[in-house]
Design a protein around this ligand. Structure first.
Ligand code: TMP
Length: 207
């Protein structure tokens, strides 16, 4: 059976991830063999879980509760959408995936990489990205460019020290999985970063 490529896009808040995903959507407009998803979300169940996770009213949520909710949302997305699409030979491009959990919950919340990786393996049934594009920009520069944190997003409200740890987490992940994770400098203009991303996808035979 043919197997499609699974590509994930990762990075800290404000690095221009949404803009880059939008530019990729434009680049692949009309391509029915390319599927775009975002995490947490992407299925009716996963979108409901997303609302609980991001709701600023849930500031009392424990780290374990948070990581289990992310994993639950992902488990549904993988079973319902990602695995069937890859089996059909489609290219799946996902805005955030297991590396977000590793960076945010594993490293920044301090739950530990081993526990998060074990949970991710369970949630994904062993599925791993073929290529992860890490949009590399430190959080101080990223928030400056973004004009501050979103007051309606609980995770964005977590403070600069938290986001510095997220960034550190991503750097460690990139060091640990150099074959899979490619760092793209994200401090330049959106169009230049898009060119770098497209070049990378071509080089890696991902598109
Ligand atoms: P977004 O800003 O890309 O929409 O992502 C939503 C927030 O969820 C963002 O602050 C990152 C966070 N997040 C985690 O903390 N762990 C995860 O596993 C995922 C997928 C996202």
């Amino acid at each position: 059976m043919s197997k499609g490529k699974f590509i994930t896009i990762e990075g800290c808040e404000g690095v221009g991830k949404t803009t880059q995903v939008d530019l990729l959507k434009q680049a692949f407009a009309g391509r029915e063999d390319v599927l775009f998803l975002r995490e947490p979300g992407g299925t009716a169940i996963s979108e409901q879980i997303r609302r609980i996770i991001l709701d600023v009213k849930n500031e009392g949520m424990s780290g374990i509760c948070e990581v289990l909710l992310y994993s639950a949302s992902r488990a549904q997305l993988v079973e319902e959408v990602i695995k069937p699409a890859l089996r059909e030979g489609k290219t799946v491009i996902c805005d955030r995936f297991t590396d977000s959990t590793l960076a945010y919950q594993g490293y920044a919340r301090g739950l530990g990489a081993d526990m998060v990786e074990t949970l991710s393996d369970i949630a994904c049934g062993g599925l791993k990205p073929d290529l992860t594009v890490f949009l590399d920009l430190d959080p101080v520069s990223a928030f400056k460019r973004k004009g501050g944190a979103d007051s309606k997003d609980r995770l964005e409200q977590a403070g600069i020290q938290f986001h510095a740890k997220v960034y550190e987490g991503y750097k460690r992940i990139a060091e640990r999985y150099p074959e899979r994770v490619a760092c793209v400098p994200a401090g330049e203009g959106a169009q230049r970063v898009h060119e770098l991303v497209m070049q990378l996808l071509k080089e890696r035979g991902a598109i």
